[in-house]
Ligand binder design. Structure first.
Ligand SMILES: C[S@@+](CC[C@H](N)C(=O)[O-])C[C@H]1O[C@@H](n2cnc3c(N)ncnc32)[C@H](O)[C@@H]1O
Length: 243
């Protein structure tokens, strides 16, 4: 996958691109990430890319022309162009999974100030928000999307490493422990040391359902449960009611 990020703060991405999985995915050629400085595409003096809004009001707005010049240069038939915006579809793991498999070329547009001249929407396939709050600029949102997509690109990490992650199957992940076995009286659950694969699987599924039921009942409401999950959930609900 190739991801082109349009920003007025290219340096914002230096650390991000040179750390952990993103760095390795770039080095291994699994993802190409290009950072474009919008100021290189403005015809206004001094790299100016903002102006006052028509109709008045507070703050500055990013002008449309440099976006048009750059996006038209980058776009191919395979491009999916995303405007990062608090007004967009709220991003989640379902979208991350779908896009990591389907999209070959993505453009991520980072706004700043009061946002971008509304004509930007003529160049965009989808507006995407990373949550119902307002950021200063789209750069952090671009990193959120790039990071969550990259780790799902086949080959970047083992499928087994993410297939049971929280949100991947509509549940939160079960509790996990590592050494030491006991620390200050805090012990690892016996079942995890039993070596009994089936018992461990059922314990993990039960704990996963319990965590989700307690922390994110909204996710339980949306999850399509199989017979085993439905039975465990019914028992968990009874258990909670009788407490
Ligand atoms: C201060 S915000 C502009 C908000 C705009 N005035 C509004 O009310 O919709 C500046 C930029 O940050 C980015 N941004 C802010 N919140 C975001 C969010 N929740 N998700 C994705 N991008 C966001 C967008 O690119 C936006 O153009």
């Amino acid at each position: 996958m190739t991801i082109d990020i349009i920003t007025i703060f290219p340096n914002f991405f230096d650390q991000f691109l040179s750390t952990s999985k993103i760095k390795h995915a770039i080095m291994d050629g699994q993802v190409v990430i290009n950072i474009h400085d919008l100021r290189d595409y403005t015809v206004l003096k001094g790299g100016k890319i903002d102006d006052t809004p028509y109709g008045g009001g507070a703050g500055m707005l990013m002008i449309y022309p440099p976006f048009e010049t750059l996006i038209k240069k980058l776009k191919t038939d395979e491009t999916y162009t995303i405007l990062l915006s608090p007004q967009g579809t709220v991003y989640n793991q379902v979208l991350a999974t779908k896009w990591s498999k389907e999209i070959k070329h993505m453009i991520l547009i980072c706004g700043h100030y009061e946002g971008i001249d509304e004509r930007i929407l003529t160049l965009v396939d989808e507006e995407v928000s990373i949550g119902d709050y307002v950021l200063t600029g789209g750069e952090i949102a671009a990193m959120v999307i790039t990071d969550s997509l990259t780790r799902l690109i086949p080959g970047v990490i083992n499928e087994a490493s993410y297939s049971e992650d929280s949100h991947q199957q509509g549940l939160l992940k079960y509790p996990q422990y590592t050494k030491p076995e006991i620390y200050n009286g805090l012990a690892v659950p016996e079942v995890l040391k039993s070596g009994h694969h089936e018992k461990i699987r059922v314990w993990r599924l039960t704990e996963s359902l319990k965590k989700t039921l307690i922390k994110r009942p909204d996710m339980i409401d949306k999850k399509v449960l199989n017979k085993e999950e439905a039975k465990i959930l019914a028992n968990l609900k009874k258990e909670i009611e009788t407490k």
